[in-house]
Design a protein around this ligand. Structure first.
Ligand code: HEM
Length: 392
């Protein structure tokens, strides 16, 4: 790594983390915990000045082609700095037409364009591409609740990736292959682990600390002229690979394909390629339904189709848990407590909360293959498969 990259990285892992923590503790001690105005101003100034001074030599260097991980890591460091400035209201896209930090924006856009990703911090920088040093991955603060959120989010993502890997191997083998049974069982076990880790997250995370001291770092901000939506725990491809491979969500559904297009550049190039690959496979659900007429009485069908249904059920169960437990407890209920003046931009992605919640409910219902009058789900096809197995 260049000396400038090293110094910035060392600062992100030390003074930056410390200053954010001090500010969080000051905000949290107030009667109105959501207020940041006029609190800790000398710390905010030091954070801005120190960060910009370390970024200046990096801008002069540009993208020095130090390999993907390092360059992507520098983008993450820069993005974490921007996200902190946004969190402490030192920048706000609602009152600016362009980022006030020209040089830092230029570096972000240079790296983002060269790697083919958004020029901002994405959640991946805090989880599956977050290198630990001496047991400590990067984080905004030293608060235990941020650690809990990042750790359990990472565990959950890794389990989704295991499920996605297993399912992605089935199209080449075919649904009647005895090996497909093994892969379906692996996918089911991995999704059960997602459920387990999300449940632990639910139990361990303090709703107040999460809402007031962790979530605010995930807001939208501008890089150059463009405003980029906030990062969120879902910025990885495996969950969508699972949706598409199973056939619970479809690439030709306008709602779902819009979501994929919006998400694409928040993913690593590797995740982008995986997602593109899944968009070309025929969904497993369609394959099983097509096989009913000729093969419902065959042994392979009686073995593999129930395993497939179990994977779908496990995916739906984790989606319902995300919405009904995590989103509801840590976002919706906490938002109801907020004073009206803090309501703007409460969500990471920007839309008003009721709009966001409706969109998340739709995703939950697609993954649950729930019956719906409003939009098409896989409910009918899943019911046909269950009927063929005598499970209806
Ligand atoms: C305290 C815990 C969590 C809360 C409050 C939460 C809340 C949210 C919210 C509000 C969104 C919508 C994006 C936005 O804000 O603009 C979202 C998206 C998402 N979250 Fe979470 N989340 C949590 C944990 C997790 C975990 C552990 C995972 C598992 C990897 C996860 C996976 C996703 C996914 C995949 C999306 C994108 C939409 C989708 O495909 O379902 N979240 N989350």
């Amino acid at each position: 790594m260049s000396a400038a990259t090293d110094s910035f990285e060392a600062w992100i892992r030390s003074a930056f983390r410390q200053m954010n923590t001090e500010l969080e503790n000051l905000y949290f001690a107030q009667a109105d915990r959501a207020n940041v105005d006029g609190v800790g101003d000398p710390i905010k100034k030091a954070l801005t000045d120190e960060g910009l001074a370390l970024i200046r030599p990096l801008v002069a260097e540009g993208n020095t082609n130090e390999g993907f991980e390092r360059t992507f890591g520098t983008l993450g460091n820069l993005g974490m700095f921007f996200a902190a400035l946004r969190r402490h209201e030192l920048t706000n896209p609602a009152r600016e037409h362009k980022s006030p930090f020209d040089d830092a924006s230029a570096l972000g856009m240079h790296i983002g364009a060269s790697l083919g990703v958004v020029p901002r911090f994405a959640n991946v920088h805090l989880n599956h591409h977050n290198r630990a040093v001496d047991g400590l991955p990067k984080s905004f603060t030293t608060l235990v609740d941020e650690k809990i959120f990042n750790d359990y989010n990472t565990f959950s993502i890794l389990c989704y990736q295991r499920a996605g890997d297993a399912l992605a191997r089935i199209p080449a083998l075919g649904i009647s292959n005895p090996a497909a049974a093994l892969l379906l069982a692996d996918a089911r076990a991995a999704l059960d682990e997602v459920f387990k880790y999300n449940e632990l997250l639910f139990q361990k995370l303090n709703p107040d600390r999460f809402f007031y001291c962790v979530r605010p770092y995930f807001k939208p901000y501008r890089v150059g002229r463009q405003e980029y939506r906030g990062a969120n725990a879902g910025d990885f491809s495996a969950i969508n690979e699972i949706d598409l491979l199973l056939g619970l969500c479809r690439g030709n559904d306008p709602y779902y394909s819009q979501l994929l297009v919006d998400k694409m550049l928040y993913l690593t190039p590797e995740d982008q390629a995986r997602l593109r690959g899944c968009l070309t496979h025929r969904p497993l659900l369609s394959e099983f339904v097509d096989a009913i007429a000729a093969s419902a009485k065959q042994d392979w069908f009686k073995t593999n189709a129930p395993l497939f249904l179990d994977v779908c059920a496990a995916h739906g169960r984790a989606a319902a848990q995300h919405h009904d437990r995590l989103v509801n407890t840590f976002i919706v209920r906490k938002t109801l407590e907020l004073e009206q003046r803090h309501m703007a931009q409460i969500t990471a992605s920007g839309p008003p909360l009721p709009v966001l919640i409706k969109a998340l409910e739709k995703l939950r219902d697609l993954r649950l293959a729930a019956p719906s009058q409003e939009f098409e789900t896989a409910h009918g096809e899943i019911a046909r498969l269950k009927e063929a197995l005598g499970r209806a």
